[in-house]
Design a protein around this ligand. Structure first.
Ligand code: GLC
Length: 743
């Protein structure tokens, strides 16, 4: 439809019809009959049947047949037969579930995210979905926050690359959303949601404007620059004002400065929640404040539907604000081609053939293998490490995750646990009877775990049931040379509303580890987790640790591929693993302070703890391979540059091991002195380098002015002359350093 026709349509709509385009309701309003809806969800939420009939979009409804029927029914009822938008949280896969975003970040390869989002879009599109509430690009620095699992970690640069790749994966690069199997993406949660104080979900966010701009806004901007069609508001306050009612944030920063002209949708009931934040008197004021801030869609509250008409009639708001929002919603529908084809790509046949197809499973398996991070792999006296497993060494697979299929994430809401490949299944396929198995314990032991979205339910165990499982595992561990222990967080321990005050593996699993270690020291721990954990005890009692995060549908196959060496581990930590929770929030790009404490110093008046180290147990960017790759001293081709110039930093890598390896070479830069204190180093580039045994390769990084500037509190890009340091290495602690001057 042409813009002119759209404007004509808008001009023809009643005020309430335009307001209803700003309403998003969940599927419950569209699956019952009218009577049920009127006396059920509609009554509960205080909206009229007319609102239900004319709502602009639906949250959480998918399935080709179902969405077509709803579209048919409601377009017929609509005075102007306007198609509805179908939106859903397709975060890291639709039915073929890819590794959780924190895992994808560990691959240090945005193409993984692009591929995962492309395949997710295909599967989502054939089920009738038009938009996904993804990518979540919030910067995170506190592992206590449960939504770390949905992020790509603590670095603004890495997050920005993933934000761009994800939007392009969902939407394509042409920006033409009518393209087959493309869906509109939504950058969330704007803004700063990941900085919730104390890592407690939905909590207050307080930070300086320079920090907000330099670290937190970068990844949203990357997603918006990639043409994300939607942005979602965050639950938190920004400078004391809830994001959904924050005109400075939404009108000045998002719309004007970042140039976002797409649809701004509130998070779930976030408009109503401005009342509970204490900045809106009631739903009427909430509606006024948020429409003035420029929020277009009210997700699952009746603030807009029940109040905007009256606010216009009472002259408290200008009808233009409604028109602005309604037009953006109509424009999004038009960008998706819904006026010409209201079903877009909904296709019952393709649902059967494309979803969980072999090519999609292979892609998920390949992706997962590249996200795993090998944190340790100590050799024994005979010079052998437990991993990769060797046929001649009798091995046992022990732990509650051996046969668990619950290895997606709590945001894989459209995924089916039953379609996941467990480690046990993959191991039996691969090893036959050569590997022996024991459960050892339940994932959570004493707590009853009632899954939030999906997953297996675990019930409390009696002491004898626990002892029986422990005993089986210990007896088995006595009879083998190597034990691989599959441990980790339960799905219910990560994700939204799952902040944790402790970062330990469940107690019952820690007991299992201790008992197995008492009879067999050759332990490799495979760790399922949605966040950095406190691995002091795991590290003490094991010789190898492989972090597999939440690996998704093909997790079992991918884990066996890496355990056997068919695929070498090549992941790097996208987030620091702390010594313990007391270090949180912790991130590598910290400021020096006036009293920087050298690692291990005992000097009193330094910025350190008196009862634990200051450094994380495993730093950002860290991860081992199965081989041994050396690196030469970093060399610069010159030691000064102007703002239009460039410097090339080079190192030579050599694989001196006996298997192929993929190393992730990282470039960090430090601005030694500036008008504001600058981080001790910041990631400014990285490159995956695959080397066969004996191979060597020279790798160069180009350093240009854009890698040296920073953003000040007013949003200005600032480049200051002076000394800079370059660090090139295999993680954020590298001391392989050179210096230059910006003239
Ligand atoms: C949730 C989440 C948001 C999600 C939305 C819709 O509360 O905060 O990320 O997209 O509701 O499910």
């Amino acid at each position: 439809m042409t813009q002119e026709k759209l404007l004509e349509l808008l001009g023809d709509m009643s005020l309430q019809e335009k307001i209803d385009q700003l309403l998003q309701l969940n599927e419950n309003f569209y699956t019952g009959n009218e009577q049920e809806v009127a006396t059920g969800p509609a009554r509960d939420m205080g909206i009229t049947e007319e609102d239900v009939k004319c709502a602009g979009s639906i949250l959480g409804s998918y399935g080709a047949k179902k969405t077509k029927k709803i579209q048919d029914d409601y377009m017929a009822k609509q005075p102007h037969h306007i198609p509805m938008l179908f939106m859903m949280d397709v975060i890291h896969g639709m039915k073929t579930i890819f590794p959780a975003p924190i895992a994808q970040g560990a691959a240090f390869d945005p193409n993984i995210a692009k591929m995962a989002c492309d395949i997710a879009a295909r599967e989502a599109a054939v089920t009738g979905l038009h938009c996904t509430f993804s990518p979540m690009v919030d910067l995170v620095r506190d592992a206590r926050w449960g939504r770390v699992v949905e992020s790509t970690g603590e670095d603004p640069y890495l997050n920005s690359l993933y934000a761009k790749a994800s939007v392009e994966g969902f939407q394509g690069e042409s920006g033409d959303l009518t393209e087959k199997f493309k869906i509109a993406s939504c950058v969330k949660h704007f803004a700063g949601y990941g900085a919730a104080e104390a890592g407690r979900d939905y909590n207050t966010v307080e930070m300086s404007r320079p920090a907000f701009r330099e670290y937190y806004l970068k990844s949203y901007k990357a997603g918006i620059d990639a043409k994300a069609a939607l942005v979602m508001t965050s639950f938190n306050t920004v400078e004391g004002v809830p994001a959904s009612a924050n005109k400075w944030l939404m009108r000045d920063i998002l719309r004007k400065e970042m140039g976002f002209d797409g649809v701004l949708i509130s998070d779930y009931a976030a408009i109503e929640e401005t009342i509970y934040h204490g900045v809106s008197e009631d739903k009427r004021e909430a509606a006024k404040k948020c429409i003035e801030a420029g929020v277009d869609i009210d997700m699952m509250s009746n603030c807009y539907a029940a109040n905007l008409k009256k606010l216009v009639e009472d002259g408290e708001i200008d009808e233009k604000l409604i028109d602005e929002g309604a037009l953006r919603v109509l424009e999004l529908k038009n960008k998706l081609g819904l006026f010409e084809n209201p079903y877009k790509d909904a296709d019952e046949k393709l649902e059967k053939t494309m979803i969980l197809s072999e090519p999609h499973r292979i892609a998920a398996r390949e992706a997962a293998a590249r996200t795993f991070v090998l944190l340790k792999n100590d050799k024994d006296d005979s010079g052998f490490s437990v991993l990769p497993l060797r046929e001649e060494k009798k091995t046992a697979f022990i732990g509650p995750f051996v046969d668990s299929k619950d290895i997606m994430s709590s945001w894989a809401v459209t995924g089916d646990v039953s379609s996941c490949v467990s480690v046990g299944q993959a191991a039996r396929e691969n090893f036959g009877k050569k590997v022996l198995f024991a459960k050892g314990c339940e994932i959570l032991g004493d707590d009853v775990h009632v899954p939030s979205f999906m997953g297996e339910v675990h019930y409390p165990q009696t002491e004898e049931e626990k002892e029986k499982l422990f005993a089986e595992a210990v007896e088995l561990a006595k009879t083998v040379e190597n034990v691989v222990l599959f441990l980790g967080e339960d799905t219910s321990q990560t994700g939204e509303a799952a902040s944790r005050g402790f970062l330990d593996i469940p107690e019952v699993q820690s007991e299992l580890l201790k008992r197995v270690h008492a009879v067999n020291k050759n332990i490799a721990v495979v760790l399922f987790t949605g966040r950095p954990l406190d691995l002091r005890e795991v590290s003490k009692l094991s010789r190898s640790i492989l972090v597999v995060w939440r690996p998704g549908t093909e997790g079992g196959h991918a884990i066996v591929d890496v355990l056997t060496g068919k695929r070498g581990p090549c992941g790097k930590l996208p987030m620091s693993f702390p010594y313990c929770v007391g270090q949180e929030p912790i991130h590598y790009d910290r400021l020096a302070t006036g009293r920087f404490a050298e690692p291990g110093t005992k000097e009193k008046f330094k910025s350190r703890y008196i009862d634990m180290p200051t450094e994380p147990l495993y730093p950002f960017g860290f991860g081992l391979t199965y081989t041994d790759i050396t690196m030469s001293e970093v060399k610069l081709d010159r030691n000064e540059m102007t703002k239009d110039g460039k410097i090339t930093a080079t190192v030579t890598l050599k694989n001196i091991g006996d298997v192929v390896g993929v190393e992730t070479l990282q470039l960090y830069i430090k601005d030694v002195k500036a008008s504001i204190a600058r981080p001790m180093r910041q990631l400014k580039g990285f490159e995956k380098v695959e080397l066969m045994p004996g191979n060597a390769r020279e790798i160069g990084f180009e350093i240009t002015a854009d890698k040296l500037s920073f953003v000040d509190g007013d949003g200005n890009e600032v480049l200051e002359k002076g000394d800079f340091e370059v660090y090139v290495g295999f993680d954020s602690t590298t001391e392989n350093k050179a210096s230059f001057v910006l003239k």
